[in-house]
Ligand binder design. Sequence first.
Ligand code: ADP
Ligand code: MG
Length: 211
Amino acid sequence: MLAARIKQAAFPTPKDFDTYDFTAMPSLGKPKILELARGDWLVERANVIFVGQPGTGKTHLATALGLAACRLGYRVRFFTAAALVNRLEEAQKQYQLDRFLGQLDRAQLLVCDELGYLSFSRAGAELLFQVFADRYERRSLLITSNLAFSDWGQVFQGERMTAALLDRLTHRCHIFEMNGESYRFRESMRTKKTKAKDKAADKDAAKSEGD
Ligand code: ADP
Ligand code: MG
């Protein structure tokens, strides 16, 4: 049952809290995130938004929270914003839009990852708006974005649509700003440094052997 829920959610990669290093993002507040993992926000039909630069762990945490929701028995669906808009437009073309919207509606948590990396057609933006607006106070949304709210107009084309959407989305919402350097970047720098140190140590060792 749980395995089926996780499969249905279609997470991009398995990521959980046990592999998340909270010390790398001290501004986040570990207790707050772990409280979300207990699921009260889903009961309240509230939303979660992670905003920040690429590589700061937004997808990791979105997946971990999605997994936590699955474990609590909720139906979850995970999409990138681009994939979701694609599916919506495709469904509309095939006269299957209502059916697909119904499927999305059955998910108690919809995760929309990477909002803002790609902009959509007007029609695509309107479909996504419809999905988000329909969930207001009925179903939870988890959104990740590299864009500050002030730039969401670029995605939703038109200040009025964006304002209306943000008004609903942020009404009952836990917003996390993921500031700082990319975790990936930092890790790769650390690996390089360690390698450089190892190399230097090897050299020293070789030299002392030669002496
Ligand atoms: P984003 O979605 O913000 O671009 P990701 O969640 O994809 O970032 O993170 C990039 C990579 O770094 C992933 O492999 C992720 O698991 C890892 N990562 C990011 N932040 C952390 C962290 N604080 N602790 C452990 N791994 C992290
Ligand atoms: Mg990501």
